[in-house]
Design a protein around this ligand. Structure first.
Ligand code: NDP
Length: 294
């Protein structure tokens, strides 16, 4: 194996420690405990696992965690009322609505009810506008985690050519803007891009966010490049049993590892950073809302 692994779990834990220190300082100096409200609708087992992890890590950093579990048949009106109530509750610093919502609910309309200053997932139109305009604001968690991991591997990344594959609202577009904010030269590739392998080979930092298992092959990656694999894909694993599955990224890891200098594993790379960035956003939101300086 050539490439060094970028350890998302360790980087996430280091971020959580820094958050915990900021929380302790806020408590000591201002008697304020930042609070994250999590709204979960329905019985999706994966969402319940995610929420349990978020709650556990929120309380581990010393912050308050408030859970609002609503039944699967909750109406649009009732959900919007709940989110609006949290937006106007001065004791709540961050609001997270766990996605996906049950099919009868309009997620965009619910997100629009989140106070942008409490939008710790960075999903509101105001947060997106602040990102585009380069104004202070809460940045989407997964893309923010990609930047942290690239900097953890490389230190300074200004001037690097970053190729993001994918242009989704949740990942690709904000990732491109966040790398631009770091003074990188950014290319956004997508399903209509011509000669994707050649575009990828021109990257110093390659960020696939596609959702296609092992699409990026070894010869798509320049020797010495850094690869931040956002993709999470569940594939069958017949070697582990007839019904067994495993998670793989958008990168053919075994091939790319011989070319890249640094690479994130899947699992254990970008995934663990997402909650770390959520917690960092919550303490940031608490400080901004309460006009507490760093
Ligand atoms: P979307 O499906 O919303 O977007 C996928 C993007 O990939 C689109 O922009 C699409 O292009 C592009 N694409 C699709 N096929 C190709 C192709 N053959 N060549 C080039 N580009 C292509 O997915 P998300 O952005 O929501 O998620 C992407 C991946 O990241 C998924 O695997 C998801 O599970 C993972 N993810 C991981 C997270 C984490 O915490 N690690 C968090 C969120 C997502 P076009 O616009 O032209 O259709």
């Amino acid at each position: 194996m050539g490439a060094q692994l970028i350890d998302g779990k360790a980087t996430g834990e280091a971020s959580d420690l820094a958050v915990a220190a900021r929380v302790a300082a806020m408590k000591a100096a201002h008697r304020v405990t930042p609070a994250l409200a999590v709204v979960l609708v329905g019985d999706d087992p994966a969402s319940h696992v995610y929420v349990r992890n978020k709650v556990r890590r929120t309380t581990a950093t010393g912050m308050d965690s408030r859970e609002f579990r609503l039944p699967a048949d909750t109406s649009q009106q009732a959900l919007e009322d709940q989110v609006r109530a949290l937006s106007s509750d001065p004791s709540v610093d961050g609001i997270l609505v766990q996605l996906p919502l049950p099919a009868h609910l309009d997620a965009n309309a619910v997100i629009a009810c989140i106070d942008p200053d409490k939008d710790v997932d960075g999903l509101t139109e105001t947060s997106a506008g602040r990102l585009v305009l380069g104004r202070p604001g809460l940045r989407p968690c997964t893309p923010a985690g990609c930047v942290v991991l690239a900097k953890a591997a490389l230190g300074e990344i200004a001037g690097a050519h970053v190729v993001v594959i994918g242009r989704s609202i949740l990942v690709g577009k904000p990732a491109a803007l966040l790398f631009l904010e770091q003074n990188c030269t950014v290319t956004i590739a997508h399903s209509r891009s011509r000669d994707l392998p050649a575009i990828c080979r021109s990257a110093d930092i390659l960020v696939p966010a596609v959702g296609r298992p092992q699409m990026v092959r070894g010869d798509w990656v320049a020797d010495g490049a850094t690869v931040i694999d956002v993709g999470i894909n569940r594939v069958s694993a017949p070697d582990r049993g007839p019904d067994a599955t495993r998670l793989v990224g958008d990168v053919a890891f075994d091939e790319v590892v011989g070319h890249a200098a640094h690479i994130t594993p899947v699992p254990g790379g970008v995934g663990p950073m997402t909650i770390a960035m959520l917690l960092a956003n919550t303490v940031e939101a608490a400080m901004m809302r309460r006009r507490i300086q760093h």
